[in-house]
Design a protein around this ligand. Sequence first.
Ligand SMILES: Cc1ncc(COP(=O)(O)O)c(C=O)c1O
Length: 260
Amino acid sequence: MTISRFIPPQRTLMGPGPSDVSPRVLQALAQPTIGHLDPLFVAMMDEVKALLQYAFQTANPFTIAVSAPGSAGMETCFVNLIEPGETVIVCRNGVFGDRMRENVERCGAKAVMVDDEWGKPVDPAKVEAALNAHPEASVLAFVHAETSTGALSDAKTLAALAREHGCLTIVDAVTSLGGVPLLVDEWQLDAVYSGSQKCLSCVPGLSPVTFSSRAVEKCSSAAEKCKAGFWIKPGVGVLEWRRQTQLSPHSAGQQLVCPA
Ligand SMILES: Cc1ncc(COP(=O)(O)O)c(C=O)c1O
């Protein structure tokens, strides 16, 4: 087998992502690598956090970039927030709602599905009916912008319904972050994940994640700690994340989101 040099053609990417990468990000990729214990690296990570808080419109101290794609951000939220035996209401109006269901079931919890026609937004009336029918539910999970069809759901209304019924929210913002308004604090969303390769115009491989104090409290008090996947220790805050990340080979990815 002959391995030749791969020189990709110049394309204009018109899909929902991967999108064309900003020249500033490409420039950052060409910078020398620095060690993950370098004081400059530590300062850069603080900037990454501040920039992600801005993108999410949140003051959540627990706002990080998981060093893996959007699917890992999804897993991070589910494995840290869902305990075996819990009931989770999952909205499914396209491909990614069904991925949420799989995550719930792999966590040993029960997924109550609220189905809407593909291409239509999640119907708040159906969600309210499911919340009324399942007072034992602890979490409502939905996709803000369903990439498979382009349908945008009303995250603010869905989150308000969840709160009225004592549920936390897990929100997929992979295609919405940076593309449409997403006001994490104002709408009181609890666990939100995204991906770097969509509206953020970055390369794939990082998943911005933010947890509200309610979400942090739930993971910290979980009777059964999750045993696998992207387990994080949000209870100890971003300083601990920084220490953990500094000890991890995955940390290098952070350099991508802090272009010069
Ligand atoms: C809505 C949504 N959720 C999750 C994902 C998974 O993200 P990734 O492909 O970065 O793992 C995607 C990817 O297209 C997506 O569009």
